[in-house]
Ligand binder design. Sequence first.
Ligand code: XIL
Length: 351
Amino acid sequence: MRVPRVAAATALAVVLMCFSVPIAAASQGRGHNDSLAALAARHHGLRIGTAVDTDVLAADAAYRQTIVDQFSTVTPENVMKWQLVEPTQGQFDYAAADGLVKFARRNHDKVRGHTLVWHNQLPTWLTSGSFSNDQLRDLLHKHIVDEATHFRGQIWAWDVVNEAFNEDGTLRDTIWRAALGDDYIADAFRWAHRADHKAKLFYNDFNIEGINAKSDAVYALVKRLRAEGVPIHGVGAQAHLGIQFGFPGGVTENLQRFADLGLDVAFTETDARMVLPVTDEKLQRQADFYSQLMQSCLAVRRCVSYTVWGFTDAHSWVPGFFTGQGAACLYDENLQPKPAYFAIRQDLLAS
Ligand code: XIL
């Protein structure tokens, strides 16, 4: 049903009025019952997370305070990626990531480590080096052991392997698959587990929220890995959505089938971009997308976290990667909560 624009705007104004007091209260801190994190905790310990830009974290007190107030897990948006932690071979720079881990510990937040094995944001020394397949295998093994050991005991969940599949369900041709063969995925999980026994180990990918060829392939993979005793504990659906497209079909069923394998599931990088300019109707549709994901997560007992890929439109990867699109987050550029924020908050209150 299409809601006339004026009616939608009026409805929005009413919603905003209703929630203006709790939001002010929420800024008093997460101990307060009104924050997303506090409301989610009542749902079998569900965690609400955000990706964090550590430069902004250092520079912007309001950004920092919103994380403290509203979220209970953090994911480094970039600073645990290989390119950042080992910019020169053998020279490690964990300073920014260590800072985030410390921030999280102070706030009793958990950390999602992101990401050990990916085909993007690799150091240039690696991608432009001329290494043999055996050397690449040793390098990947060393990288996983180095990084998982560095953060041992401090990471709640690692995105061990990120984006290994194509949309049609075939394995993506990456530097790792080419050098190590298809089993690089199983090996990555084994190596990570040996380095950090306590971390939950996740497979993470985009466009696997609903049931489709890609999520079928991920399902087949993780089912096999479980059967073979490979230490994998969860599947993360990134949930980078665009409201100009249809909402994915079968999200709850999809999460449930992974859960039925004995795995945790999570939304790990949620955002819902739109073709600019912003309109009230688009904001409502965006709210509906965020809300549908939340309702699916709440419906599946093993859905352990709902993480957004940045919480404010002021610091979102979307405009830089999707020409003409933006406004993908829960808060606008002035750190004001948008209809999507109120929608997921309502979901957490209602059920
Ligand atoms: C993005 C970051 O947000 C950007 O700042 C960076 O320039 C590129 O990577 N899937 C992922 C994330 O798993 O790591 C990506 O993050 C977004 C898509």
